[in-house]
Ligand binder design. Sequence first.
Ligand code: SF4
Ligand code: SF4
Length: 489
Amino acid sequence: MAFTEEQPHAQESAPPGRHRDFDVAPEEDLLYSLSADGKRKFMHPVVHKGRFWKIRRAIAYGLFVLFFALPLIPVGGHPALQFDIANRRSHVFGGTFYPTDSLILVALGFGTIVTVFFVGSTFGRMWCGYACPQTVWLEFLFRPIEAFLEGGPTNQRRLNLAPWNGRKLAIKAAKWSSWTAVALLMSSTFVAYFTGWGPLLRGLATEPAAWTGALFVMAFVAGAIVFDFGWFRDQMCTIACPYGRLQNVLADRDTILVAYDEKRGDPKVRLKDRLVGVLAGDCIACRACVNACPTGTDIRRGLQPECIGTAQCVDACEEVMLAQGKPIGLVKYTSEREQQGGVRHLWRVRNLAYVVLMSVAWGTLAFLLLTRADALVDVMRGGREPYRLLPTGEVANQQRVRITNQLPETQRFTIEVLSPRGAKLVVSESPITVEPDRLVTVNAVATVPRSVFVDGQAPVRYLVRSDRGFRKEVEFLLLGPYAPPGGTP
Ligand code: SF4
Ligand code: SF4
């Protein structure tokens, strides 16, 4: 590996015989993705397959597999993950959730937010560098396709500057078509998370006109993916992403970050400019760290919001240090406190508070999931009249009973009256058979003696049971006459 392969900023080279420290090119006072004239600077990071890159690649491939597999693998008769908006339910690893499970959703949302805070405060931007879809897809799929077709960063730059000819046209067409094909696969998988692959493919094959909404979403998402990973790229992290801005608020002096050790590295002197007896740090000003950075950040200038924690500069510098026969760690994971000679505290009040909140949120979620009922039962009024007086002197109320089966197997339900004494219930269907994840509504008529009514109301208690062990007592208020028999209202 030639560490001086990319030298976009000539100012860093010291004239022979003169030992200059690192100079900052005027354009480096701008956002790294901008030139001094305001034009976009495209990044072509040099890949160094160091230890952190290998870990990130393993995580990235795992996430790719997960993304494509979740809507494909059946669990309990449904995709492992499906947001079935049309039927107002979601399937998550065999469990089916309904809009009524809003508490579970709240616990999940709260747990996620607090976990993001914890990760941001403790591990800095590791989420961005290791697991964020923006970094993962760009660095481990879209850029590799580009490198496969166009060659390394130097060749990519050369091709971009070259005049248009047949070869350039063919390479660019191949690159953008490959990206579009990948984007379409990603966007159709995205749609399948909502529709399921089976209905989506059947629908598109048999009645595509009825699936124009899905086709529109697929095209729109694919377009957004190609735009983002093909052109917008690092600007998503440095300009658009709100998490990056939030990160600055979450970090403290003990947050893990990638940093350059200036005590050890400075003064930065290039190898060819080093003279015996002249002070020089371990940094050989090769810019390998800068050239490896997907956002163009010069980590030697300290902590910057453009750094998304990919550790690509760490891998690059480790390669340089090893080639120089020097210890690694000139660019490394550390914290602000550690950098200033202190000892990093892993646990401090801030992230301990997050741990407590996380425990509450995830604990609540676990409790809600473990105690989640096998069925939902709702009793509602039915019929047009509030009640009917029977010739027997009893009062009849029509009702509708709605049962949702939340188990992955069929349940048969029966309903009986527990109170008041003398009450009877006739259900239009008994037992009530409800298939997994289905909802069945039946009609029922409750008949109670007129004497139990007080102020036109009488509470009734039902016991709903299923052959799968489900038991639930349901209370309901029956309506009836205000006056006792023969009395006045
Ligand atoms: S920090 Fe390391 S990779 Fe970066 S310029 Fe110095 S020696 Fe090269
Ligand atoms: S400065 Fe280093 S860690 Fe930060 S984004 Fe660039 S390569 Fe990644």
